[in-house]
Design a protein around this ligand. Structure first.
Ligand SMILES: [Zn+2]
Length: 132
């Protein structure tokens, strides 16, 4: 009377993470967070330098056609900084979820996030269906 479960949906990734797995993910997240913070610092400097060089050394760049290019790069750096800040926040949140034991659970549907996805993107908080 009950419909047969499709074998293709066997939730092999439904089990909670083993201690070794969560340690590995934590190590990776901590390293990623450090990288993100380093990149944030670097981009902040680049943006500050860009503003400085436009203000200060414009003497020999009077008819430099790259003037607008510099502004473009500045905008790019700012966009990248925004992205990096967002990424750093995702990583911090992932670490918090790891502490709370809710890591690997989709924050939209409450389902388990496939391990392959967590490996590829450890800071993710959505399963592949909800992220799509
Ligand atoms: Zn989901």
């Amino acid at each position: 009377m009950t419909a047969e479960l499709k074998p293709s949906t066997t939730p092999t990734h439904d089990r909670p993470l083993t201690a070794a797995q969560s340690t590995r993910i934590r190590t990776r997240l901590v390293a990623d967070l450090k990288d993100a913070h380093d990149l944030e610092t670097q981009l902040s400097h680049e943006i500050a330098d860009g503003i400085e060089s436009r203000r200060g050394s414009s003497n020999d760049e009077i008819d430099d056609p790259e003037g607008s290019n510099t502004a473009f790069e500045g905008a790019q750096s700012r966009a990248m900084l925004k992205q990096t800040t967002q990424h750093a926040r995702e990583i911090s949140e992932a670490l918090a979820r790891l502490d709370q034991g809710s890591y690997g659970t989709c924050s939209s549907c409450g389902g388990a996030i496939a391990k392959g996805r967590l490996e590829a993107r450890p800071s993710t908080q959505h399963c592949i269906a909800c992220a799509a």
